[in-house]
Every structure is written in C-alpha cells, then in structure tokens.
Design a protein around this ligand. Structure first.
Ligand SMILES: Nc1nc2c(ncn2[C@@H]2O[C@H](COP(=O)(O)OP(=O)(O)O)[C@@H](O)[C@H]2O)c(=O)[nH]1
Ligand SMILES: [Mg+2]
Length: 331
C-alpha cells in the first residue's frame, strides 16, 4: 500500500491522516516499517509525558486539566491512552475519550486509545510508533496515559521524558504497587484529590518511601543500564485537585524544572540513546523471530537437526546455536 498521501496530509497537520496512520502501524508491522521510515526525519520535537496511577485515581480528569493549561499556552497536544490489560478497548477508556473529545477542539488536541489487540511486535512498539506519528503531526506535548502501575508501564514509558504518577489519599496499597513497579522511573509524584482528607499523610508516606530509596539507589545498576534514568534527579512530590485545577501552577513548574534538568544535565541524550537501543531490540526480536520461524519450518538442514534431536543426539540448545550460525549471527 502507498502511504505517501496520508503522510503528506499528516505533515500538514491533518488529524484524520494521523488517526489512519496510527491504525496502520497498530495493525501491521510492515506498514509501521514503511511509515516510520518516511516520517522519522520529521520527529524529535515533541515532549513526552507519561502519566499513570491506579484506576480511579483521576488520571483522565488530571490529563484534561493539564491539557487545558497547555492549550491555553498555545500548545498542540496528543493524548494516547494505553490499556495493556484489556484485550479490547475498555468501556471506561472509551468513555474517557468521548468526554475528553467533547472538551477540546480537534485542531489542538488529538486523542487516541490503544489496547493490546495482540498486535504484532507488541503494544510498546505500537505506542512508540503512534508517538512518532503524533510528533510528526506537530504535537508539542504528547501525554501517554496508562492504566495501572505495573511492569508494563515501564516498557511503555521508555520513551517518556517525564513520568508522573498519581496517588490518592487513603488507599495504602498504591505505594506498595509503585515500589514493585515503577518507583525507579517516576519523576514526579502527584497526590490527586487534595480536597479529600489524608492528603498530607499520603505526601509523608511518599517522602518516606523515597528516603528508603536513597539508601539503595546506587545499587540498582541493572536498572540504570537499561533506562539510564540517572538518579541525579530527586523525585518531586506535589498535591493537586484535578477537578478545580488547584496547584496546577506548581505542577506545571515541576514538569518544566524536570525538562530543564534533563536538557542541562545532558541526561536527555542518554534517554535518546537508550530509547533507540530498546526500540531496535524490540524490532529485531520481531524480525528475527519471523526469520527463525520460517527457517525452522522450511529448511532441509534443520529437518536433519530435528531428526537428530528426536534420536537424542542433538539437544535444543545446541540446535539453537547451529541456527544462530546458519543466520550468520555467531560472534
Ligand atoms: N474530589 C476529587 N475527585 C476527583 C479529583 N480528580 C478526579 N476526581 C474524580 O475521581 C473519579 C475518577 O476520575 P478519572 O479521571 O475517571 O480517573 P481514572 O480512572 O484514573 O482516569 C471521577 O469521579 C472524578 O471526578 C479531585 O481532584 N478531587
Ligand atoms: Mg481514565
């Protein structure tokens, strides 16, 4: 298929073209390959914000308020809602999307939800590509909302420059969930619903959790290598009311500070390197798996190996090494 028409329209800022192109990359790896190849040079201008928190913490309300503030500053916003848990776009997500769409003009705010429909190459890959499309489309800020706080967010947030986690007063388990999942990649903790009792207690709990983190952060070398979220940034904590917009001035300031920190410290170039590495790994996983599957099902030599394996004279590990050789990938 020829995508060049859609791509020209995308670069002119046509929202329908953006929507169509996202659908193409979501459903088809080969389409993604072609589309990203054509638009890549037009990307790199958007700032990417990752927002997560347990269901009901107010993410959608928070994002609406944040988006309003940015639109008032004249910015063009892309919002991608990702739900890794749902095989189909969940009702709640859809409802959010409709509500948000009613609040904003299509010219300033582009909203899209993505769920794991078993896309080839995975949800994280499709999200990365959607981000690139919205970047080329001209979004200044791309907000990624994910549902829940877990390991899947870590994958999805690989490309987020600033990660914001929402908590609410009351619930005690959210802190545990963050510790188990995304504490290491969170830049700003937000206690939402500050109008409810227990807000300051929650802020204190987060402070305590971060104290604890200080004592072992330099030991988590693996993590650093993977994401290079170098721990020179001390995560910020703030409380807000997403319904009234209270404290959003402060929040916007913190996001801005974090952005400046990334740029001035040079950490941002580390992010880019790591993002490119991890994206390439995901793409290679897909491509190599395809190649290997094809080979395993059709190659005569491999037939012979399989015969040997049946007779127990060749084990699967050794067979894998032989295949790596056949692919010319041995060191
Ligand atoms: N009291 C209060 N309620 C809020 C606030 N922010 C969001 N909510 C409410 O919390 C509920 C869940 O919000 P929603 O944005 O759908 O949460 P999500 O599931 O995280 O996207 C809704 O009823 C919101 O109106 C807030 O700051 N204060
Ligand atoms: Mg929501």
């Amino acid at each position: 298929m020829d995508y060049s028409n859609f791509i020209s329209l995308l670069l002119e800022g046509n929202p329908r073209a953006a929507a169509r192109l996202i659908t193409f990359v979501e459903n088809n790896f080969e389409a993604a390959e072609e589309i990203i190849n054509s638009i890549y040079e037009y990307t790199g201008n958007a700032y990417i914000l990752g927002i997560t928190g347990a269901p009901g913490t107010g993410k959608s309300t928070f994002i609406s308020t944040l988006t309003k503030r940015y639109v008032d500053q004249g910015k063009k916003i892309g919002i991608i809602c990702v739900d890794p848990t749902s095989p189909l776009t969940g009702g709640a997500l859809l409802g959010d999307r409709i509500r948000m769409k009613q609040n904003f003009s299509l010219n300033n705010v582009f909203i899209r939800s993505m769920a794991n429909r078993g896309q080839l190459g995975g949800l994280a890959r499709a999200t990365e590509d959607a981000i690139k499309i919205l970047d080329a489309y001209g979004c200044d800020i791309i907000i990624i909302e994910t549902v829940g706080v877990g390991q899947s967010e870590v994958d999805i947030f690989k490309s987020a420059e600033t990660v914001v986690v929402l908590l609410v007063p009351g619930l005690g388990d959210d802190i545990q969930a963050i510790k188990a999942g995304i504490m290491e990649i969170t830049d700003i903790f937000v206690v939402n619903k500050m109008d409810l009792p227990g807000t300051d207690k929650k802020v204190a709990e987060i402070e305590q959790m971060l104290e604890f983190r200080k004592s072992y952060k330099y030991e988590s070398k693996d993590f650093k290598d993977k994401f290079a979220k170098i721990n020179q940034w001390t995560p910020e904590i703030t409380k807000v009311n997403s319904k009234t917009g209270e404290n959003f001035d402060k929040l916007l300031g913190l996001i801005e500070n974090h952005k400046s920190f990334l740029e001035e410290s040079g950490v941002i170039s580390n992010y880019m390197k790591n993002r490119i590495k991890s994206e390439t790994i995901e793409i290679l996983k897909y491509k190599l798996t395809k190649k290997v599957e094809k080979l395993i099902h059709s190659d005569e030599k491999i037939e012979q190996y399989i015969e040997k394996a049946i007779k127990k004279s060749l084990d699967p590990y050794s067979m894998a090494d032989l295949i790596i050789k056949m692919l010319g990938l041995e060191k």
